[in-house]
Design a protein around this ligand. Structure first.
Ligand code: ATP
Ligand code: MG
Ligand code: MG
Length: 539
């Protein structure tokens, strides 16, 4: 038994370069442990992995950006490590922003002492308006000693402390809003009034937390990151990032912006993904309709295809909104040369064909599993005097027509039995093995009806979760959820399918590519379960 999904990395043949790449590269992938990895995260993870491990022999840090106790969980951390493994990405180190809380606190004290940050108790709404109108905060010139004392009260969670946040003293009237005295330390519920929650790693040790804007550059620098890859919506914050390092005399880090990726008829927001999981619209985070790493791999996307696709997007900085068909067609090119060919006939109204001029009892022959790739091995073809064909093929056949039975030869249709409702129940045909298979229009797949080893399978096909190409910020998710996103049909499958392990990718002749989700014996009533793999074309 084997799963034929290759995890071998594609050779680096991309030509992406970072400044000062020759002096050594340390990159980091910084997910917030607040959900499962999705296809957008995969882009960031592959790019960081590429620069650390393919373009150079540097190192990759997986850093959990855990500065928001309200959303983060250990379950998500474990799933992220696992899913990076699925993608073939092995970080040299796993770190946590929370490991640096004490250090970040000290660095904030240092910033305050040098007059580069201050404590403020302006109402959050007014603060936002002032920032918009480029007005200085009334607390901007507060003496450092006073701000330091308030910062200590914030740390202790006193009533006075709780009214405050800390802002960097950069500028209040820059045309770049990110430079207008950004908040660097706050209570997570500052301005929201929500009940505070313990941090999943540090518990109640800290009540105040550094903001992402403050923590990210500092931890990057402290951890030895040489190149920080960030999605372009952070570009406006690049100057701010550099300001923090400079203000604290920390080693500088190269910033490299890349475009966030989005897909048609797909939502990637963790909140929305959680919503479809929790309302039972899908069966879980690994449902094959989910754009999570687990979901898309389960649907039959190979890691090689995903990696190749993402690295080809690499240097572009324009927002990329992709059609799934491109990704699936990259995948098809990878699976087609290796997917063994098998046969399935739909159970519903399968038409029984009686053959004359053939074997009386069933005979077996070995045939290659792949027409062009002998390395894939051999399968058994069973010939018999009664075979099944798909109803949809049976209805297209005419009396006295010459057809080709795939892998066998030609046959002449002698009689067709049609039931009252128009279903073809039986056909009789006479083998005509001298007939020229290149002259027939209809090449039909079939299965020996007497083959006691025939398997049973559920064949599933899935559709997008969304009815709309692109969900706008104001769109309610419920309104645009596709009511029907899966279809299942029962099929009989050839005896060799019993050998297929979960994860195997095959082609069912004339039906398309499928991934085995449950091997023989593992699905409902012991049936196999197979998921149809999109190919990007009409199929
Ligand atoms: P979400 O909206 O799902 O919470 P996020 O950006 O907040 O997304 P993080 O866990 O902070 O999620 O992301 C980890 C890394 O993945 C970041 O470097 C982020 O820029 C990157 N990333 C997230 N979504 C995408 C995307 N759609 N395309 C490319 N990179 C992404
Ligand atoms: Mg984030
Ligand atoms: Mg987010």
């Amino acid at each position: 038994k084997h799963a034929n999904v290759s995890t071998a990395k594609t050779q680096p043949r991309y030509n992406m370069k970072l400044p000062d790449m020759d002096d050594g590269v340390v990159t980091r992938f910084p997910p917030e442990p607040s959900g499962y990895l999705h296809i957008g995260h995969a882009k960031a993870a592959f790019l960081n992995d590429y620069f650390a491990h393919d373009a150079t022999s540097g190192s990759l840090i997986l850093r959990f950006d855990d500065t928001n106790p309200r959303k983060e969980k250990k379950e998500f951390e474990e799933s992220i490590i696992h899913d990076l493994g699925l993608l073939g990405i092995s970080p040299q180190k796993v770190t946590y922003t929370s490991d640096y809380f004490a250090r970040l606190y000290e660095l904030c004290q240092k910033l305050i002492s040098s007059g580069k940050a201050y404590a403020e108790d302006t109402d959050p709404r007014i603060q936002a308006l002032d920032r918009r109108d480029r007005l200085p905060s009334k607390c901007r010139d507060r003496p450092a000693s006073e701000s330091l004392a308030i910062f200590a009260e914030m740390r202790d969670g006193t009533a006075l402390g709780k009214k405050h946040c800390i802002r960097a003293r950069i500028t209040y009237d820059s045309s770049n809003g990110a430079l207008r005295d950004p908040i660097i330390y706050r209570f997570p519920n500052w301005g929201t009034g929500e009940t505070p929650q313990p941090h999943h790693r540090t518990g109640w040790a800290w009540q105040i937390y550094p903001t992402y804007d403050f923590a990210c550059p500092l931890v990057d620098s402290i951890e030895g990151v040489t190149h920080a890859l960030r999605t372009t919506e952070y570009s406006d914050r690049n100057d701010q990032y550099c300001w923090f390092l400079e203000a604290l005399g920390l080693r500088r880090v190269h910033l490299w912006d890349f475009a966030r990726i989005g897909f048609i008829r797909t939502f990637l927001s963790k909140r929305k993904l959680l919503q479809v999981v929790e309302t039972g619209r899908v069966d879980g985070w690994d449902d094959p309709r989910m754009p999570t790493v687990r979901g898309i791999l389960r649907r039959g996307l190979t890691v090689d295809a995903l990696r190749q696709f993402m690295l080809e997007q690499g240097p572009s900085r324009n927002l990329v909104f992709m059609d799934w068909t491109i990704l699936w067609s990259v995948n098809k090119k990878i699976i087609d040369p290796v997917a063994p060919r098998h046969t399935a006939v739909m159970s519903k109204n399968a038409a029984l064909v009686t053959i004359t001029g053939g074997p009386d009892t069933s005979q077996k022959e070995l045939r290659p599993k792949h027409p062009k790739n002998p390395a894939i091995g051999m399968k058994t073809l069973t010939f018999a005097s009664e075979i099944y064909i798909d109803q949809c093929d049976a209805t297209r056949i005419h009396k006295d027509e010459e057809i080709t039975l795939m892998g066998w030869g030609n046959a002449l249709i002698r009689a067709i039995t049609i039931s009252n409702d128009g279903t073809i129940t039986a056909l009789q045909c006479q083998l005509h093995l001298d007939g020229d298979v290149s002259k027939t229009d209809k090449k039909i797949h079939w299965l020996a009806a007497q083959d006691s080893d025939l398997g049973q399978a559920e064949l599933w096909e899935f559709d997008h979760l969304l009815l709309k190409d692109k969900l706008e910020k104001t769109d309610q998710l419920d309104t645009f959820l596709n009511p029907v996103t899966s279809k299942m049909e029962q099929a009989m499958v050839d005896a060799d399918c019993a050998e297929l392990a979960e994860g195997a990718i095959i082609q069912l002749e004339r039906k398309g590519y499928f991934r085995v989700d449950k091997a023989t014996g593992q699905g409902p009533e012991g049936k196999m379960v197979m998921f149809k793999i999109p190919t990007g074309g009409k199929s």
